[in-house]
Design a protein around this ligand. Structure first.
Ligand code: MF3
Ligand code: CO
Length: 257
């Protein structure tokens, strides 16, 4: 299903997006050497519930996971890249952390993710890899607007990832979002210009370029959720929710810098 949202719904999406952005920013600022992933989950839970918002994750039980997720935020460390299930692990100096969060207010969802390094970077390449996903995300946002095709956005993101020398996995990508977190259209991180669904004002999309340093193959952790690079290499992911407007796109999950 593809949803076109009305202005009142987009206004709820702004509220959801601002809360998501605030929580992710708080996690990035507060997480330090010794922080446990379960503490990060607790911070997210408290901030979501205190704001009167609803988690998109805690009861989520999609085919690509094992049972309800049971947590409030995805925490993916180093070789983990997507759907990282929070568990009893204390961050160490140089860990590359990805946090991914989606929630609803007023019945409308927003979804965003970011990667950051705890303490002193352990690998110089980590910083470049994170920057590449951020640049790809920005290229996708810059390409978005009414009349643009999904393939144009996918092509814009994929070109940045590819030109930086990364392989691109197409098993997971971005998606439409609205009254639920995951909707059509799918937004692959590889695409062909001029192909696919034509964007209209009121459509909301979550764009989410992600990469692994030396592979495009994933393996699923024994926890049934966490997706890791098949080679054990490090990984990065950046995601924003945007709304297509009359003349471009509005970022709904913009973070303070
Ligand atoms: N928010 C993720 C995405 O970017 C989906 C996480 S699903 C979960 O689409 F169940 F793992 F939380
Ligand atoms: Co998403």
């Amino acid at each position: 299903m593809i949803e076109i949202l009305n202005p009142a719904e987009i206004s709820h999406a702004r509220t959801s997006g601002a809360l998501v952005a605030n929580i992710l920013h708080t996690v990035k600022t507060r997480a330090t050497v010794g922080t446990n992933l379960l503490e990060i989950d607790q911070w997210a839970k408290e901030m979501i519930l205190d704001a009167g918002a609803t988690s998109c994750y805690v009861d989520y039980a999609p085919s690509f996971g094992s049972g309800p997720f049971g947590h409030y935020i995805c925490t993916s460390v180093n070789d983990a890249v997507l759907h990282g299930l929070p568990h009893d692990y204390a961050l160490v100096d140089g860990d590359l952390v990805t946090v991914d969060l989606a929630l609803l207010t007023g019945g409308i969802a927003a979804d965003s993710a970011l990667s950051f390094i705890v303490g002193k970077p352990r690998h110089a390449d980590d910083i470049a890899m994170i920057a590449t996903t951020e640049q790809a995300l920005q290229a996708g946002i810059d390409a978005a607007g009414p009349g643009v095709r999904i393939g144009d956005i996918s092509f814009a993101m994929g070109s940045v990832l590819h030109d930086a020398g990364y392989l691109i996995n197409t098993d997971f990508g971005g998606h439409g979002i609205g009254s639920t977190m995951h909707q059509d259209p799918h937004v692959s991180n590889i695409g062909r210009p001029g192909r696919g669904y034509t964007l209209r004002p009121g459509l909301m999309l979550a764009l989410e370029p992600w990469i692994m340093a030396d592979t495009d193959e994933l393996i699923t952790d024994a926890d049934g959720w966490t997706l890791r690079s098949a080679t054990g290499c490090r990984t990065a992911h950046s995601e924003h929710t945007i709304a297509i407007t009359e003349d471009g796109a509005e970022i709904l999950t913009q973070r303070p810098e």
